[in-house]
Design a protein around this ligand. Sequence first.
Ligand SMILES: CC(C)(COP(=O)(O)OP(=O)(O)OC[C@H]1O[C@@H](n2cnc3c(N)ncnc32)[C@H](O)[C@@H]1OP(=O)(O)O)[C@@H](O)C(=O)NCCC(=O)NCCS
Length: 190
Amino acid sequence: MPHLFGKRIRLRAVEQSDLDIFCRWINDPEITENLLLVYPMSQVEEARWYENMLQQPPSNHVMVIDIQTEKQPDSWQAIGNCGFMNFDWRNRSAEIGIMIGEKQFWDQGYGTDATLALLKHGFETLNLHRIWLQVYSKNKRGIRAYEKAGFVHEGIYRQAHYQHGRYYDVHLMSVLRNEWQTNDQSDRDE
Ligand SMILES: CC(C)(COP(=O)(O)OP(=O)(O)OC[C@H]1O[C@@H](n2cnc3c(N)ncnc32)[C@H](O)[C@@H]1OP(=O)(O)O)[C@@H](O)C(=O)NCCC(=O)NCCS
């Protein structure tokens, strides 16, 4: 798959050499605080996850979020990953997930940028009709980033997530293709 480009990020395929850094990210409790991952992850398990992912169709492959650290064309740094899952091809719907694993890059717009790149790919290349996600009510940063990318609050799974000895609501958010077409006036050849 060719790289996908956002304003300040690119999305590329995962290489085996990325697995160490992935393992570091997903063993950091601050990063996994709002992710489904609740168990420590070993390098062997991570390698198994990678092998399993390669057996999936390319549309389901996780992609690395790279940013350009210097002006040189090849100076890219991995800061996170993201991708599509739960494709429903008949209804043309899919879920997305995202993680910025390098915490020093939180709140700098990269999560929004990567989400927008996923939306563009989903609507303009994969021909999806609806792109959705789930986010915990306590993940204010995530909710704000998704709102900025155009996601609409669709509903709430009440007390659907148990963590820290209590239940949290899970927000369901989505973007429909016509909402995307209305909002995305960039790069139009008219
Ligand atoms: C959630 C995540 C993808 C967002 O990416 P990001 O690059 O940090 O987000 P952005 O910089 O694009 O946007 C964050 C917005 O939230 C705001 N924000 C941060 N903390 C906030 C809080 N406590 N309350 C309200 N808004 C908050 C930021 O100010 C920013 O909004 P602004 O641009 O209007 O100022 C990223 O932080 C991350 O991966 N976190 C860990 C894993 C995770 O939670 N993944 C998502 C699971 S659903």
